[in-house]
Design a protein around this ligand. Sequence first.
Ligand code: HAM
Length: 439
Amino acid sequence: MYQKVKGTYDLLPKETNKWQALEKTIRNVSKIFNYDEIRTPIFENTELFHRSVGEDTDIVSKETYDFIDRGNRSNTLRPEGTAPVVRSYIENKLYADKIPIKKLYYMGPMFRYERPQKGRYRQFAQFGAEAFGSTSPLLDAEIISYAVTVIKALKIKDVEVHLNSIGDQESKTMYKKALVEYLKTDITSLCSDCQRRYVTNPLRILDCKIDKNSEFLINAPKPIDYLNQESKDHFEKLQQYLDAMEIKYVVDSSLVRGLDYYTHTVFEVDANLDTLGAQKTICGGGRYNNLVSSLGGPNIPGVGFAFGLERLMFALESINFKGAPDYLHLYLMILGEEQKADGIKMLNRCRIGGLFSDIDFLDKNLKAQFKLADNLNARFIAIYGANEKAKDVINIKDKETGKEITIDKHQLYNHIVAELMTPSKSCESCEEDSCDECE
Ligand code: HAM
């Protein structure tokens, strides 16, 4: 018997139902913020991730799924969505569009060879957004507001936005100098990876999974203390805008994020919920003013975020999120082979008209079919047997009202549609088509 690959999972129909509801909310909020969907390939040239996410990041140095194709090219299953979106933005010249700010979102699988645990997988799904074309901190504020609105729309509580600035390139260089000076004093106390990074990319030492919580690294200089005036102004303005939007956040000077491309703003959203296990960070993002140009595009800034969708689903468990219940409008019982031709004609008519409908394929008896209709949560059960055929009628039972009637078989579709459009009793009482209380 084959088993799924370590770090992957199956989503069975009960779960996909919830995922669809989650995705629907995400798409609605994306529309509200005027972001359009982009879909890029699952794999890209390996070099794209080396040049963007960074050679010395854990993601690129330890976690990518690389393969050589039959044409001897090195490809990588995407570990994240920003680099592919930037690649596509440049390749398709989206910057030349009539609309100067390009706002894009995406949802789909990402791949990282990490140690699997609850909330951490080797194939996982992200919902991400990227906005290009402005250095204004207002766009950073919008991106954070977009992420927070998704969380609010899903009714997830107990979240905290952690915010920091690592500054522009000049500030980052000044900070790097100070960090190297500091690390020099006790670099041998850190792991061998950190000692290598000390030479190649000292900033990455700060998110080392082994030494991250060591006293020595906790006391290291902080990027926020090395911001030049422009970077300080950007960070202050962003906070003013977030305050104006009444978005709560905490400035977290130790937040650096594990990807190389960030400048200025970095942020993460943590959900303090038991249903998440140890992986509490549901969203991470930031600004990247030099990424487009470093990948061969024009000098255009960007800012974005990505949510881990599995972690969002775990957060939703805390509010007992169920998604839309599964149901059918019609379960049609065709009794006897001679009735099948007529029966499937009626079924087809109902399906073409948009009714969620199903029938039996196993020649089950009446009792078993009633049970199946129940399990399928069918609102109407229609019976078409030899007696009905003889009179050109069909028998219909409405499970919601308990009403049972026999009508002209040609009226099956019209009858169900008319009944579905009639407001239910409880709603009639409040004289609304549908209201929260009655639902
Ligand atoms: P990231 O922090 O690497 O950022 O990932 C974003 C989110 O994806 C994390 O906060 C987490 O919720 C989820 N995630 C990451 N790895 C895993 C995993 N192995 N299993 C389950 N969930 C995971 C980025 O990917 C950036 N591209 C975000 C960004 C967009 N920055 C600017 N624009």
